[in-house]
Design a binder for this molecule. Sequence first.
Ligand SMILES: [Zn+2]
Length: 52
Amino acid sequence: MSVNSFEDLKAHAGHKITCITYGKPAENAAVECETCNEVLLDFDKNKEKERR
Ligand SMILES: [Zn+2]
């Protein structure tokens, strides 16, 4: 679940966008749209881990 195109991102214009991390210490960082509760972009610290 992520944004891959202009149209995908444009759909979130004006929404509340936030950047959060998951795990302690953080293993994943994500930019999410709080309005849609959707992950726009995320990266894992350890790339060997499977994506959720
Ligand atoms: Zn949105």
